[in-house]
Every structure is written in C-alpha cells, then in structure tokens.
Design a protein around this ligand. Structure first.
Ligand SMILES: [Zn+2]
Length: 836
C-alpha cells in the first residue's frame, strides 16, 4: 500500500503522535502483538456475489475449503464483519448438510460435523449479506476507513461522479465482504463469480475465465486466481472503464482507465512493462503472476493498494498532459505497487509487526526504478526527500522498525516502516555490495515464495548469500530505534602532518556503521571509508599536507543520520565542485541559504549549480537566486533567462520564470505571457504569477487557464493568493487542500496562511458543494495523521464550526438555494461530528 501523502505532510510536526515505548517480547509489557496462531489452514475460497446498489449491500455465497493447520480440530472460526448470515452448511461434493454456528461480535464460529485431522480438507458453504455501511472499525493514517467494500455514487445521484465499486482489504477488512480468516498469515487460492450490470467492466485477482450474459441486462464474470495469496489482497472492482492493453512477454498488462483519461493511459501507466522487466531481471525472479492490471477508484481511502494482479490506485493517478509533461507524480507509486507483487504478495509479512518486509522494500523499489530510469541523482533525491520526512517527525525516533507493541495495527503504516525502511535498505545494499544484496533478495523470495516471512528471514538470506554476520545491522536498524546524530570536528597536527577527525554521536544509544569521509587537501578531496564503533566518540587520523580546507562527513550520503555542520561559503563551493554524489552537492547548495550576498563564493556556487546536469539541483539554485541583488543579476541573469526559455525540464523552466519574476522587470513580460500559454502546468502557473506581479488587472482572464486539479503543492501555494484575491470562482474547489489547513499554515508561513484563511471564508460564504466537500474530505484524511494531538483537533473543529456558521448565514440570505446549501451544512456537521 502507499499512503496518500497530503500537502499537509509539511505540517507533520504539529500532528506528531505520542511516543511509543520500547519493544519488549517478554510478555511483561502490556502490549505484545503476537503473530496470529494458525489453527486452520485456508486452501480455497470460492465466491458468488451480486450487488444491491440501492441498499449498498452485497449478496454472497461462499464455498470455503480448509483443514486443521496442525492439531486436530472440530470447529472453524472466521472473521465476518457486520454481515447477515443466512445459511451455513457442510458441502460434500454439492450435497449440503446444515452446520451449527454462532455469530457474535463479527466472529462466525462454525461447529464442524466431526474432528478433522491435519490436511484433511472440508468445504463449508455460507450464504450471507455483506453490509459495509454497518462496519464499525477505526481507520488509520494510511487508510481512512475500514468498510472493506465501497459503493461510490451507487444510486447515481451525484453529478460528475461515476458509479463504481471497489474493495480495500488491508489491513483486515476483507472480512467485511466475505467470511475468512482475516490475517496476513493465511493464504488461499480464489475464484469469484461477479454478477453486474452489463454496461460495467469487472476486475479481480487472477484471470477472467468466462463471461456470461444473464437476463435483465446483467452479466456474470468468472475470475480465477490459481496461486495462493493472503486474504487482504483479494480485490473486486466494478465500473465504467476503458481497458487499454499492454503486455510484458506473454503476460497481459491492462490499464483500466476512466474514459475521459483514455488518451493519456500510456503516458500515465506506460512504463509498467519496462518496470516488470527491470524488477524481474534485477531480482533474477520473473514476475510470478498470470496478469497485471491497474485500475483507479474514486474517493479511494488510501494512495494505492497492491491487490495481487489487480492494483488499485486513487484517482490522483489520473493526470492530463499539463501535469504529465512536468512530472508523472504517480510513477513512484506505480513502481511501488508493482514491486509488492514480489515483496508483499509473493512473500508476505507474517504479521503487521513485520510490515517492513513488505513496505520498506516497496519504498526502496521507488529508488531502484528511479536509479534505472532516470539516474542515481534522481534516486538519491527521492531517498533524501523520504528520509527527511522521517527525520522531521521527531516522535518516530523512538519507534523500532519491527514493532510488537503498536496501539493499532494501522500505526505501523508510518514514516518508519516506509521512508526510513527504504533508507535502511539502501545502507544494507551499500554495505553488502550490489551482487550480494540482489542475490540475498532472490534467496529470500525463493525460500519463502507463496509463504510468509518476518525480518529474521531477510537477515538469514543476506547472511547466507554474503557469508557475513548481520546481527549488528538488524539489531540496530530493525529491532532498534533512532539514528545517529553526529557532530564532527578536526585538528591539524603539523609535526605528524596529520588531521584528526573526531566523530561524536549525541543520541543515547551509539550506533556502529561504515562512514565515508572526504578530506580536502589543497582544494582536492580524498575519500576515506572508515568504521565508526558504537561509542560516543571515534577519532580517525589522515595524512595531509596542511590544515584541510574542508572535511565532509557522510560524503556519499548513504548513512541515515542527522549531521550538524556549518560551512563557510568557500567550503560549500569546494564541496559542491568536489563531490560526485548528489547529496553532498545538494547539501552544499542548501548551506548557502543564509549566506547569499555575503561572498563571491556564493555567486560562483549558484553559477555552477545552474549548470548541474541534474535538474533538481538547478531548481534548488533557482530557488536560492535573488536577482534583485546587483551582483547576482550581473553574473547569473543571462543563464537564468536561457533556462527559462530552453531548459529540457519544464519544472526547471518554471523555477527560472519564478526567479526572473522577483525582479518585477517589465522586459520579461513577453516571456511570461508566452509562458501562460505553455502546456506545462508549472510553467503556466509561475508565468501567471509573474504577469500578475507586474499587471494585476489581468488576473481574472488568466487564472482560468490553469488546471490546478492535481497540481503540485508549490504551485497551489503560489496560485492560492491570486485565486482568492481575485475570486476566481472556477478554481474555488482547487484551493481547498490548502484552505482547509489555514490555522496550521499560519504558523509556518503567516502570509500564505492569511490568504488560505480568506480562501476558507470565501468557500464557506459561497454556495459551492464541491469546494465544501473538498474541505471536509481533506480534513477527514488529516484526522488520522493527527494522532493524539487534541490541540490540533480542536483547531480543526473550531475552524469547521466557523465555516458552519458562515454557511448558516448564507442560507439565511439565500433561502431560494436551500436545497444546495443544506447539503453543505450536512457535510460540515458530519465532519465536525467525525472529529469529536
Ligand atoms: Zn506499499
């Protein structure tokens, strides 16, 4: 699964959850999440279902084949959430004999006809009604709800919303639509007969074996999955989609896409076959399933989900050329969910405590794909962004990667399991070397295929392949918490002609790790790879001719650590020009943030960065450049102009336009006006802001041109003030994601916060259901990210209440619009209730 990362991710610190305690498996601690005991072994699940769109229910029949796991047993205990159970029987080759059962508290306890032995199979028949709207269960930060089965616009009453059905099993919600043992350590083969209106297509796991027209405009599709997979990976999707066909070798690769987006299907999804090929080769393990399909669902409760052979994406994946030319912002997610088809679906975490064996790998696959497709700089940039998210959420420092003491199983879907976990795998890869790392992954897959595993199985595979003991690594990074926090200093010893570099770790528990240090002697770097022992201070001596110009710690950027250093502009310049690795270049550039205008070295560094081969470095430089400084204008403006007109990346062009806009110089007006008509959303957006900075009267005629739906946070932040100030109604709902968080934004960026507040009030004083719903929806997502932060929750509730009273006032003024406004009042009331 991949979470929907909201624009409010930047506010993570405000939402930070409570600290969790150390892992203790002794049983002395209150909470220990043991792996679910296997009493029963599921073998095969056969379902026949049809849908009641009016009641939002599903009628189901199930034939469940199972046997005792090890010890003899005379009962079968199943999870079945909020169902009506009509009939339970033993099915003996089609002959049904009733079985006694009890159904209480979402548990279906079936008394079998006799005691069965290990591997003695039986088939139980269950007739039931699934009622997802009756399910009572808390959602999570990753998933906002836990209904399992979702009817979207089932009665067709919402305009602009297609009618769809999709399911979400992870973590334990499949039992909301079929009785099962809803634990990741149960695997079964599967077949589903889905009867649906003939105008809809269906998607499920495995292959479509048969499709049969029925009376009354219905059709029954028979999907068969002949390889075992965990019950949380079961999937059904129903709706109006175009199916765009692609393939890898002989394996069908299908894109189920809403018809409006069909022309862009290949732009959005088209790298999938190359990804399958790349991952298959990298791990020396071919994609193991019969097909691969991807579909998107409206109102999806998470980012995306790796249902075996049938990945479900949130509708944010649907992008148009204006967004795609800048960046397919969903490509990492496409790689992530695909990679789960090895790490997650083929070998599955045996319990949520061990989720890292699914999610850290899926996260790291984003690195692997970026490295393969776009180069190591892009991969390193992606990793740095991820690890920074973890580092900036201090409560995560206390959490072990493998955790047996979580409050809610949904808590494990966090920055530690995903983003930090990916960084940990990158360290392991660098320590072992590529050959051993990928061979270790292969061994883990081969050894555990179609089964479950925990982190120890990973360790054993990497140890087996490399011959190295890895307890030290796993104890620190998997079964321990935190990361090194490093200070460093150096002294030159003129007699010995040596420099002593002292590495101090300031966190409580020292780590041991390999570390790359660049020592700059006469302006030239020399790389030293040292081993830092698990103690507060380590000192290393290196030969030098004089006092080093610079000592750069973690020069290759591999170590996941917080490193305190302050460098002079001259040192930053030296580091930038002397470093091959992305992170050292980027850090050098970040280092001059508060040094602009203070030294000629700064201008030199910026000039060098503008010519960097990696566009993210050029963008960073453009963000730092201030062309209102005379020296910078003189030295850099012609290069910035060139980039604005011709850079191969539109995101870079856009950043250059923003840099030029700061001058408010009318000579750039033609360039900006041309930019307003560009295909790229980023170029358009920044050009628009630039034009308006010079000539505000053009606001209304221009702001309509931008498709802000799905635009980047930066672009939204940039255009929000323009849209609010000029009341560009067509863009109202697009500012909701920022407007909904104005009380928090005010802390970080008072000016933007004020505009966002005006935007919020504007929405609340307008008769606009879509914009109002955008607010309540995004606030709903955020609720789970706030953890136990009563103050943040209170702020949101207060904000919503203010909004509510504005809508009431609006209703009073406009009684003729009561129907529409009352709907918005309902939505707000519901959101407030939801927050209590
Ligand atoms: Zn995932």
């Amino acid at each position: 699964m991949r979470k929907a990362i909201l624009s409010i991710a930047i506010l993570g610190v405000l939402f930070s959850a409570q600290l969790s305690a150390q892992t203790d498996t002794s049983g002395r601690e209150k909470v220990y999440r043991a792996t679910h005991t296997k009493v029963t072994e599921l073998k095969h699940t056969k379902l026949k279902v049809n849908f009641d769109y009016q009641k939002e229910q599903m009628n189901g029949e199930e034939w469940l084949t199972a046997s005792p796991y090890f010890y003899p047993a005379n009962e079968l205990i199943l999870d079945a959430k909020a169902m009506l159970i009509h009939e339970v029987a033993l099915d003996n080759n089609g002959k049904k004999s009733p079985l006694k059962y009890e159904y209480n508290n979402d548990i279906l306890k079936i008394a079998l006809d006799k005691t069965y032995q290990k591997n003695q199979d039986y088939t139980v028949y269950i007739k039931y009604t699934s009622r997802p709207n009756e399910v009572k269960q808390q959602g999570s930060m990753a998933i906002n709800d836990a209904k399992g089965l979702y009817f979207i616009n089932a009665q067709g009453t919402e305009p602009d919303m297609p009618t769809q059905i999709w399911t979400q099993g992870e973590t334990e919600s499949s039992s909301a639509w079929f009785p099962t043992i809803d634990k990741p350590n149960q695997k079964t083969t599967q077949e589903i007969y889905m009867t649906v209106p003939d105008r809809y297509v269906t998607l499920s796991n495995g292959v479509l074996k048969n499709s049969q027209k029925e009376s009354n405009g219905l059709r029954t599709d028979h999907w068969v999955m002949d390889k075992r997979h965990s019950t949380y990976l079961f999937f059904m999707g129903v709706g109006e989609y175009a199916i765009v066909k692609d393939k890898w070798k002989n394996i069908p690769v299908d894109y189920y896409i809403e018809k409006e987006f069909e022309p862009y299907a290949k732009q959005i999804y088209g790298n999938t076959p190359e990804m399958i090929d790349f991952f298959s080769k990298k791990m020396n393990y071919d994609y193991p399933w019969a097909k691969y399909a991807q579909i998107s669902g409206r109102n999806y409760v998470s980012g995306a989900m790796e249902n075996t052979t049938a990945t479900l994406h949130g509708s944010d994946i649907l992008q148009k050329p204006g967004q795609l030319i800048d960046e397919n912002k969903w490509e990492d997610t496409i790689a992530h969910e695909l990679f789960h088809h090895w790490f997650g679906d083929l070998v599955t975490a045996e319990s949520w405590s061990n989720l890292t064996v699914n999610e850290s790998f899926a996260n790291y696959s984003e690195y692997l794909w970026n490295e393969h497709k776009y180069g190591k700089d892009q991969a390193d940039y992606h990793l740095m962004t991820d690890v920074n998210m973890y580092i900036h959420n201090p409560s995560d420092f206390k959490k072990n990667l493998v955790r047996f003491n979580y409050e809610s199983r949904e808590d494990v879907f966090d920055l530690v399991t995903y983003q930090k976990g990916g960084g940990i795998l990158n360290m392991l890869r660098n320590y072992l070397g590529d050959d051993a790392f990928f061979a270790g992954m292969n061994d883990y897959l081969k050894t555990n295929e179609y089964q479950n595993a925990e982190a120890h199985q990973l360790r054993l595979s990497f140890e087996k392949v490399s011959g190295k003991d890895l307890n030290w690594f796993f104890n620190q990074w998997y079964f321990g918490n935190g990361n090194p926090k490093i200070n460093s200093s150096f002294t030159f010893e003129p007699v010995k002609k040596q420099v002593s570099v002292t590495i101090s770790q300031t966190q409580d528990q020292p780590f041991e790790f390999p570390l790359a240090i660049d020592v700059y002697d006469n302006g030239k770097p020399k790389r030293y790879n040292v081993w830092v022992n698990a103690q507060a201070k380590n000192t290393f001596s290196f030969d030098v001719s004089k006092t080093p110009d610079l000592v750069n710690i973690n020069a290759d950027g591999v170590l996941l650590a917080e490193i305190a250093d302050t460098k002079t502009p001259e040192q930053n310049l030296m580091q930038f020009t002397g470093s091959k690795e992305f992170k050292s270049r980027y850090r050098a550039l970040e280092g001059i943030k508060d040094q602009t205008g203070k030294s000629p070295a700064v201008v030199k560094l910026l000039a060098a960065a503008l010519k960097d081969p990696f566009f993210r470095v050029r963008i960073k430089a453009l963000e730092l450049i201030d062309l209102t400084h005379a020296e910078q204008m003189k030295a850099l403006s012609s290069e910035v102009e060139k980039i604005a007109a011709n850079d191969p990346k539109t995101l870079t062009q856009a950043a250059a336009i923003a840099a030029l806009a700061k001058t408010k110089d009318k000579k750039y007006l033609p360039l900006f006006e041309k930019g307003v008509n560009a295909v790229s959303n980023a170029v358009k957006g920044n050009s628009l802001s630039a034009v308006l900075a010079i000539d505000p009267s053009k606001a209304n005629s221009l702001a309509d041109k931008i498709d802000l739906e799905g635009a980047s946070d930066e672009l939204q932040a940039q255009l929000l003030p323009v849209i609010v100030k000029n009341k560009v109604t067509s863009q109202m709902s697009n500012i909701a994601p920022l407007a909904a968080f104005y009380p928090f934004i005010k802390f970080q960026n008072p000016e933007l916060g004020k505009s966002a507040e005006e935007g919020f009030n504007w929405i609340m004083s307008s008769d606009n259901l879509k914009a109002t719903e955008s607010i309540t929806k995004i606030v709903g997502y955020a609720k789970n990210q706030m953890g136990d932060n009563p103050q943040a929750k209170m702020m949101v509730v207060q904000m919503l209440k203010d909004g509510l009273s504005k809508k009431m006032e609006l209703l009073k003024q406009n009684p003729q619009k009561a129907a529409s406004i009352n709907k918005q009042i309902d939505v707000l009331n519901k959101a407030i209730e939801n927050f209590k």
